[in-house]
Design a protein around this ligand. Sequence first.
Ligand code: GLA
Length: 364
Amino acid sequence: MNSISAYAPGRAELLGNHTDYNEGFVLALAVDRGTTITGQVRNDRMIRLHSRELDKTESISFDHLLAEKVADWSRYTLGVVDQFRRNELPLGGFDAEISGNLPLGAGLSSSASLENATVLFLLKAFGGKLEPLQIAKFSQMAEHDFVGVRCGLLDQIASLMSKAAHTTFIDCRTFQVDHLPLSDKVSVIIANSGVKHALVEGEYNQRREDCEAAARELGVKALRDVSLEQLQSYKSRMSDRIYHRALHIVGENERVQLGATALRQGDLAQFGELMFASHESSQANFENSCPELDQLVAAARRTSGVFGARLSGGGFGGATINLVEQGREDEVVRALQAALPQVKCLVTTAADGALASAVAPSVR
Ligand code: GLA
């Protein structure tokens, strides 16, 4: 039988933290690593999945798919299968192996890369058709329904629609995507703190609820619609917590727009300052950082050759992203290791998203 294969990369969030589900702006990129799913169609309704990294197998009929019935690692794939079933896309049983070179839980959204790869695999295997944004939404809904995280679309869109040597600017209201060239004088270092706080999903969903509450109190559809002046004029009528959550989002939206201008002008120093400011806002306003991430960003700030650094992704542990002058990666990695010995650093680059590249890139 024919073997079918699909690949999608991980992503890094360069600027714009928790702005996606607030219908705001984000700058991201796809990394040069990802997840591949390879397999064959079966004649019955069984799904047999194997994870090469975890060496685990899951078998289930797609008529009986329920998140509670399957192991955590398989929920990303089976959540996507469930979306195909609910939306009545062509579907059947299959055997597949998941493999990849993206460290799991390292802040590079191995989850979105697996979800997107699964959507692309199922479309190839059973002949369905989806527009790029629908692919991203299927992946997102898999995460909402099967994993329990009410994420936005940043990870899925960046993993699908990014372009090599560019950053991906996403307007998370219109979902227009623009590609801004990233200077070839920079490298991206992802520094994984190794910290994963318990209840990350709960904290994430709580932040989203806080932002939605702020938008309701301010009488707007989403925090995208609020200016800093409007927010400040409402301050006395809002609880301190809700005000600071909203302040983070409003500030991030502004920083992303300033950042896009800085990138267009090739002003990496200015872009880096915006990254540091983003991290400070995470610490002070959104409270989604942690001591280890703060240590990594503080060390980056002290190290020459670093333009900027900040936490990347949901927060509460995970990774920082560092924008670094090319040729100085080793020095920077050493400085980060001195600050946090358990840190695992990965030097990466802006790569093509899944819709631009049919095959997994070879890793440096
Ligand atoms: C996670 C989510 C994204 C986004 C980021 C924070 O990566 O999956 O949707 O909200 O956190 O910006």
